[in-house]
Design a protein. Structure first.
Length: 147
């Protein structure tokens, strides 16, 4: 598997993703904004990054997550929990944010606001079946294995 992530700046002043530390799993994404944006409580927002990517190959996916500090300190989360970037997508990375807190939060131009993790993908062949086999759990879900 190829391990090169190609990144294209869509604007001269876009900020390329960076790693916060040597052991960081994700690449920090930066808000590409003309001016600060106030994220109102329970509001939904599309935040551009000013960059596009080409994932290493068709067996990889880009997963976009919230930054833990923004989530825990300010209630800023991704509106769809985790963003999925398919290997054939070449457009700008735009992140859906939501403010889950009761207080407005102002996102500044160039602020780190999300993170991108590149992961391998297992693409199975699909086979329709009448019998899925038995397990001890069976069809039990939503707490069926205990607290």
């Amino acid at each position: 598997m190829n391990n090169t992530l190609k990144i294209k700046k869509l604007h001269p002043d876009s900020v390329l993703p960076t790693r916060g530390s040597d052991g960081a799993a994700g690449l920090d994404l930066y808000a590409y904004l003309d001016k600060p944006v106030t994220l109102e409580p329970r509001g939904l927002y599309k935040i551009p990054t000013g960059v596009a990517i080409a994932l290493p190959d068709r067996n990889t996916v880009g997963l976009v997550f919230a930054r833990s500090g923004l989530g825990m300190k300010h209630g800023i989360s991704l509106s769809n929990a985790v963003g999925v970037i398919d290997s054939d997508y070449r457009g700008e990375l735009i992140v859906g944010l939501s403010n889950l807190s009761g207080e407005p939060y102002t996102l500044s131009p160039g602020e780190r606001f999300a993170q991108l993790v590149v992961m391998p993908v297992f693409v199975p062949e699909l086979e329709e079946a009448d019998d899925l086999g038995e397990t001890a759990r069976g069809a039990g879900g939503f707490g069926s294995t205990g607290k």
